[in-house]
Design a protein around this ligand. Structure first.
Ligand code: 1CP
Length: 352
């Protein structure tokens, strides 16, 4: 007899599942009182660098909710510190010397994960030891273009104008930076899988800033290069493309298993654009968690209906959960998605 594969991993591979698996972007974080308690005792960077604390906050939402996956508590900027970038969190990342010249691109050191970020790998080992067998752990990294946005601008921004103009004013340096970051994130993700991560996710949080030609030239250049060597890790690969509804045709042929999408387009439309070769992850508006219980069920039900019942849907929010969210609303959402999707017969129909 073969061991049953956890629903999250089955859905990543577009295999049938007993119910739609669900996890929540930023499920470990400030909306949980137990996270705020740990955080009141330790700086964010201390949390990131202490395997015991990072493992503890990773596991917190799993103790509270029947989530179908865990995601390592870390930040997309963590490996950049390992490459020699000086930064702080205020609370978003602030890069003390933004990268805008060829010389500063060349000054980035190569990332050797075991040497430069051993605490991340140790956190992964501790989380795996503390997780129930049916709940896989997702490792992650920032996608190269999204990291470039923070490195070039130096701090969070609505438009990331300095990053976008850098792509036009110095495209050669931008490509070199993308390549450096892609190689580093590739090594970083491979090390996470070797330490025990059972799926790997790239966050393209700022994809929506780019028109398709720039997205192809810079963002996808980085993603293709980052994932080129990752298939041998043998784990599903997820690419989250925030505000990417105009970009879905561009990502359909990537060698990846799952595309994560925001809430701005219905999943049915997204799936038609992606074709049958990709699973989808998403896409409830994080603001929907502020609806009445009845309305929340309606909004979540619409996401399930749009996903269509064919294998290959992982329920999630379209972006990170807001710190102001009531954890009880999360509990209701998870129960509803599990219960309602377990009545689907795999063809998209729902039993009465
Ligand atoms: O004060 C605090 O407690 C720090 C707030 C915080 C937290 C809880 C930051 C700073 N990062 C995190 C954790 C984090 N970041 C996780 C944890 C795991 C989980 O999901 O439970 C993950 C996956 C990230 C990834 C991340 N960091 C992304 C990609 C996902 C996304 O939200 O689009 C991005 C863009 C960041 C940058 C960042 N780090 C922190 C903040 C507040 C931000 C966003 C800044 C901005 O708005 O530009």
């Amino acid at each position: 007899m073969t061991a049953t594969i956890p629903p999250f991993l089955a859905a990543c591979r577009r295999q049938p599942v007993p119910y739609t698996p669900l996890w929540i972007m930023r499920q470990a974080g400030r909306y949980l009182p137990e996270y705020r308690r740990v955080r009141s005792q330790a700086e964010f960077t201390t949390l990131l660098r202490s395997p015991e604390l990072a493992a503890e906050v990773t596991l917190q939402p799993l103790r509270r909710f029947p989530l179908d996956a865990a995601i390592l508590f870390s930040d997309i900027m963590t490996p950049l510190q390992g490459m020699g970038v000086s930064l702080s969190f205020e609370p978003g990342p602030v890069v003390h010397e933004p990268i805008r010249t060829d010389a500063s691109v060349d000054a980035l050191s190569q990332l050797v994960p075991e040497r430069d970020v051993p605490f991340v790998l140790e956190s992964i080992r501790l989380v795996r030891a503390g997780l129930p067998a049916g709940v896989p752990l997702i490792g992650f990294a920032g996608a190269p273009f999204t990291l470039l946005c923070y490195l070039v601008c130096g701090r969070p921004s609505k438009e990331f104008g300095a990053a976008r103009s850098f792509l036009y004013s110095n495209p050669a340096a931008a490509e070199r930076l993308i390549d450096r970051l892609a190689d580093a994130m590739s090594a970083y993700l491979r090390a996470q899988a070797a330490a025990g991560a059972q799926a790997l996710m790239l966050f393209e949080s700022w994809a929506g800033l780019l028109a398709p030609p720039q997205f192809e030239r810079f963002a996808l250049r980085g993603v293709r290069r980052a994932v080129a060597g990752l298939r041998e890790a043998g784990v599903p690969l997820i690419y989250y493309v925030n505000q990417g509804s105009a970009l879905m045709e561009c990502v359909a042929d990537l060698d990846l298993d799952v595309i994560g999408v925001d809430w701005r387009s219905p999943l049915g439309t997204v799936r038609r654009k992606l074709g049958p070769g990709k699973a989808v992850q998403g896409n409830l508006d994080p603001a929907a968690l502020f609806a009445s219980p009845e309305d929340l069920r309606r909004h979540a039900g619409r996401v399930l209906d749009e996903a269509g019942g064919a294998p290959g849907h992982i329920f999630n929010l379209g972006h990170g959960i807001w710190p102001e969210t009531d954890p009880d609303a999360v509990a209701r959402l998870i129960d509803y998605v599990h219960e309602r999707s377990s009545r689907q017969d795999g063809t998209g129909a729902v039993a009465p």
